[in-house]
Write a protein that binds this ligand. Structure first.
Ligand SMILES: *Cc1c(COP(=O)(O)O)cnc(C)c1O
Length: 328
């Protein structure tokens, strides 16, 4: 069977690098949404806990529930407001009605992404509404628009964010409620900044060893955590000119050993899963030259991403949940 290996030492290396950059482990929240970017949700939660991480970020309450014993704080990005245990993000005014007594709320502010979030002019009304419902305002967050692109826009968004923080602190002091935790940075912002003024960062792709920034920002000491291996199903010797696989696209230049391996579309793959593919990918298998017992299909997800005109994130999250993950 195809399998995935998770390198604990590379994962810890990345967590160490990021928490050192941020100043402490407390300032690093690990983003474990989308099955921990394909790495395996509970497995990565357990390892994060072992390293000493206290905060995690997921998409919904179901994901939060699976990992609740590993963290002090779990932030749910797209909640349905059923739980009092987790920290729930309020993405829009329309969701105010779903908030219940004693829930922990993080208010998302729109600082230019314009996908969701509360606009700053409405923040005071929203804070008052939440207090009226006897819920707790635990955090305030935003998500920057161009953190991984080469422009000065991040600078302006950050400036605006600092203004927003000031304004919210003032509102809190007038209303006599505790100052919430502020968080805005994803991996790109965290990597680009030498120090960070927020209470913590939300790092996703970087903890798994990747970033998608132009090389002018320098090299970052991150190591890919995941490798994907396929195992051989069978080998046959074929004559020069034989055509292999769907469409007969793979034509042999000479007499060769050709093997099939147990990985295909059903495992989450795109068309170009491997540089030296013979013919097209099938549902559950691929063909390659040679007769090796196993082949490493993903070593660096960025290379596969390039072959498919996409980014590492896209390759990783598509990996089928049912492939066995082994910690090495
Ligand atoms: C996915 C996500 C992150 C993590 O982003 P990376 O670029 O993977 O570090 C942070 N914050 C929010 C709100 C997200 O949705």
């Amino acid at each position: 069977m195809a399998y995935i290996t998770i390198s604990k030492s590379n994962f810890f290396h990345n967590l160490k690098f990021l928490s050192y950059k941020l100043g402490s482990k407390e300032k690093l929240a690990v983003v474990l949404k989308d099955n921990a970017y394909g790495h395996g949700l509970t497995l990565m939660a357990k390892l994060s806990n072992e390293f000493g991480i206290k905060k995690a970020v997921v998409k919904n309450e179901e994901e939060a529930q699976q990992i609740e014993k590993f963290f002090e704080t779990i932030i749910v990005l797209n909640p349905n407001f059923t739980s009092k245990k987790y920290s729930l993000v309020l993405n829009s005014k329309e969701k105010l009605k779903d908030i219940k007594k004693s829930q922990k709320i993080h208010i998302k502010i729109d600082t230019g992404m314009h996908r969701n979030g509360i606009v700053i002019d409405e923040i005071e009304t929203v804070i008052k509404e939440i207090i009226k419902k006897k819920a707790k305002i635990e955090g305030i967050l935003t998500h920057f628009r161009s953190a991984d692109e080469l422009s000065s826009e991040l600078f302006w968004q950050e400036k605006q964010w600092e203004e927003i923080k000031k304004k919210i602190k003032k509102i809190c002091s007038i209303l006599n409620i505790p100052i919430p935790l502020f968080h805005s940075a994803n991996s790109a912002t965290t990597l680009r900044k030498s120090f960070y003024k927020d209470d913590f960062s939300r790092c996703g792709i970087s903890i798994y060893g990747y970033h998608e920034m132009p090389t002018v920002y320098g090299k970052f000491d991150l190591k890919p955590v995941l490798k994907l291996y396929a195992q051989k199903i069978s080998t046959r010797k074929l004559k020069k000119g034989s055509r292999v696989g769907y469409g007969g696209v793979g034509v042999l230049k000479k007499d060769s050993f050709v093997s099939t391996y147990d990985i295909g579309y059903s495992d989450g793959f795109l068309r170009n899963i491997y540089p030296n593919l013979l013919g097209k990918v099938s549902m559950d298998s691929i063909s390659l030259l040679g007769d090796k017992e196993k082949v490493c299909i993903i070593d660096d997800a960025k290379e596969i991403a390039k072959l498919n005109n996409t980014i590492s994130y896209d390759i990783l999250v598509k990996l089928n949940k049912n492939i066995e993950r082994i910690v090495k």
